[in-house]
Design a protein around this ligand. Structure first.
Ligand SMILES: Nc1ncnc2c1ncn2[C@@H]1O[C@H](COP(=O)(O)OP(=O)(O)OP(=O)(O)O)[C@@H](O)[C@H]1O
Length: 637
């Protein structure tokens, strides 16, 4: 009966194999076939050399000798060519697997909500998986390698046993005491026992090393994550580059990375190097010892005349190979089991619940059918004690224009993130047309939102592709979106117009654009999407006053009969909204129109408005009562 831990190990390996099969069909089968060929190749020479020596020492038939040499060379060559051809195919399959596995992991990452992405335990889990894969060759990519070693070892063991069996078991009825000892079954058994003990030591040694290496790299995942982030992401990031120079962050980063990343990581690498050295030294001693034993065994058998000269070479090579193959086979089995430690981490990650994809209902709404409602929604960011939203309840109806204002950190963006299902409420829920938004299919749900976040991202693709967020795009629609965002004229001046690539990272002729231009393209992207719900989070923060005025003058046109949610610190720009919600410390403290809210002189809105207006008022040395500022004056604020 297979014991529990073996069963568990087999299950993990089976699951790993099924992922490999799914992503790179045929890779396992081809690799295994190649390993059978590789195992066979040395035995052709081992076997045929004995046949040739026997022929040379006995009949010396030249035709036969030529045939034997031909079979040896031809057979070896044929198998080598075949193995080489398969190697090429295997390499392609491996490349395919690596690329697809990266997508597979990314798909998993994208299926998580932001709470999961920011959860330090999950981040660390991902770092451990990556450190395992790239630093110690552990995890899913190691399965095929270990399996092929097992098959190669197995085939090798079988053939070596077949070849050496005759010699090991050969006996003779000679009277000499020494010779009868050599030829006794005990002598052969002793040799086998010595080999088994050596193999046992090798496997134990390998197991111990694998376990220690796994532990070392688990501890080191955070150090590695530190190096990865600061050296390969932060320092290489174009935006960070400015801060690094202006604030001379280089020393700070290098010192910190050295302390928290490089030095501990170096210790780990040295530690594993030492472990591997120990492992190889022990193995070297063992293999020299086994080789010596086999020499004595075969030599004495030959001395006793029990085996022929040809059999000496064959048997020596076969037994030596047998010992190595058994050791390799056992080590590979032990390694594939140790590798399950890495697989367990991977599967824990892959099995994390996919909250985003739980909903199945396909959402299709037209512009007249919206009603979004927050029901006592509270939320805290992962590992944060403080509530970013506290008991938010509010409604947003179709075709409405809602402005959200409030101090920094009052929860405005967080509310949008929850609405876009990047996070789930800790308590309370959000409904769309009476149904919890979680119940809708995630992609179909998001299709209904055009959002421009404060920290939007454009890609190093063409302007057309950036606006359409796809490879193919409708040129007319892109132009009209660009016009709506007030950047069409600028794009027309570019040599390649819509085909013009942004940024120089991949295109020599790519262009770098200003923050305001980027924001306009991000706005155009939202317009192009033409979703029934438009959310703009500080959409004009980077725009000059004229561009800003232009965007607002087109705002109604841009939004059309869609539902719009609009976050801004520019209170004057909120006046055209039907409703203004004032956020404060995670709560909605006021709701009303601009005029209604201004009448409450104790209210936050009045305070914010006053603070902003005061600045202009002081500047203009104008003592006009704020409540009597007319519309033209508001537009300056
Ligand atoms: N990813 C995050 N992890 C932890 N805390 C966060 C995170 N994002 C925001 N917060 C905290 O949540 C609170 C609300 O932030 P939010 O971004 O919603 O404010 P906001 O009103 O949009 O601010 P601003 O006007 O500055 O854009 C703040 O205290 C902020 O520090």
């Amino acid at each position: 009966m297979i014991n529990k831990s073996i069963k568990k190990d087999l299950k993990l390996i089976k699951r790993g194999c099924s992922i490999i099969r799914q992503l790179s069909p045929g890779q396992i089968e081809l690799s295994l076939f190649k390993s059978v060929l590789n195992a066979l190749i040395p035995y052709i020479s081992i076997y045929m050399l004995a046949v040739i020596i026997d022929e040379l020492t006995q009949n010396r038939n030249t035709t036969l000798l030529a045939v034997y040499v031909g079979v040896t060379c031809g057979g070896t060559l044929l198998l080598m060519v075949l193995s080489n051809l398969i190697s090429k195919k295997v390499a392609i399959k491996e490349g395919m697997f690596e690329a697809r596995f990266e997508n597979y992991m990314n798909d998993k990452k994208l299926s998580m909500n932001f709470s999961q992405l920011e959860d330090p335990n999950i981040t660390q889990l991902r770092e451990k998986i990556i450190a395992g894969m790239f630093a110690t060759d552990g995890g899913i990519t190691a399965i095929v390698g270990r399996l092929t070693s097992i098959v190669e070892g197995l085939v090798s063991v079988i053939i070596a046993i077949i070849i050496s069996y005759g010699a090991i078991m050969a006996t003779d009825s000679t009277d000499s005491q020494v010779i009868s000892v050599v030829n006794s079954g005990w002598f052969s058994l002793l040799l086998i026992l010595a080999i088994v003990i050596c193999i046992f030591i090798t496997v134990k040694n390998s197991k111990k090393v694998d376990k220690k290496v796994f532990e070392l790299y688990q501890d080191g995942a955070t150090n590695n994550g530190y190096i990865e982030y600061y050296h390969y992401i932060y320092l290489e990031d174009d935006h960070a580059g400015k801060d690094v120079r202006i604030y001379d962050q280089k020393k700070l980063i290098i010192d910190e990375v050295l302390k928290k990343g490089r030095l501990p990581w170096l210790k780990i690498v040295n530690g594993t190097y030492r472990l591997h050295q120990q492992y190889f030294s022990v193995n070297l001693v063992i293999s020299v010892f086994i080789g010596g034993l086999v020499y004595i065994f075969v030599g004495l058998k030959a001395l006793a005349g029990t085996i022929s000269l040809g059999a000496v070479t064959k048997t020596y090579a076969a037994i030596a190979k047998l010992a190595v193959a058994i050791a390799e086979l056992s080590v590979s089995i032990s390694q594939i089991r140790s590798n399950n430690n890495y697989l367990e981490l991977l599967f824990t990650y892959l099995d994390l619940p996919v909250e985003l994809n739980e909903g199945k209902e396909i959402l299709t709404v037209n512009n007249d059918e919206w009603e979004i409602e927050f029901h006592n929604v509270s939320f805290r960011y992962p590992s944060s004690e403080k509530y970013a939203l506290k008991n938010i309840s509010m409604k947003i109806s179709s075709n409405s224009r809602t402005a959200i204002v409030g101090m920094n950190g009052s929860g405005k963006t967080t509310m949008i993130k929850l609405l876009c299902r990047l996070y789930s409420p800790e308590s309370g829920y959000i409904t769309l047309n009476g149904k919890d938004i979680k119940e809708y299919d995630y992609d179909a749900y998001l299709n209904n939102f055009s959002v421009v976040f404060q920290d939007f991202q454009l890609l190093s693709f063409s302007i057309g592709q950036n606006v359409a967020a796809s490879k193919e795009y409708d040129e007319n629609r892109v132009w009209s979106a660009l016009e709506m965002a007030g950047i069409d004229d600028r794009v027309r001046t570019l040599p390649l117009n819509l085909e013009q690539s942004l940024y120089k990272r991949f295109e020599e002729n790519g262009i770098d654009i200003s923050g305001g231009e980027a924001q306009k393209i991000a706005l155009a992207r939202a317009v192009y999407k033409n979703a029934p719900f438009v959310i703009l989070d500080e959409p004009t923060a980077a725009l000059d006053p004229i561009s800003e005025a232009e965007v607002y003058s087109k705002f109604n046109n841009m939004v059309g009969n869609k539902t719009a949610l609009f976050i801004s610190h520019r209170l004057s720009s909120c006046r055209f909204c039907d409703t203004i919600m004032v956020f404060d410390e995670g709560q909605i403290i006021q709701i009303g129109t601009h005029t209604e809210l201004l009448t409450n002189l104790e209210g936050k809105y009045y305070e914010l408005w006053n603070a902003q207006a005061q600045y202009y008022q002081n500047k203009q040395e104008d003592s006009t009562d704020l409540n009597h500022i007319d519309d033209n004056e508001y537009s300056n604020i």
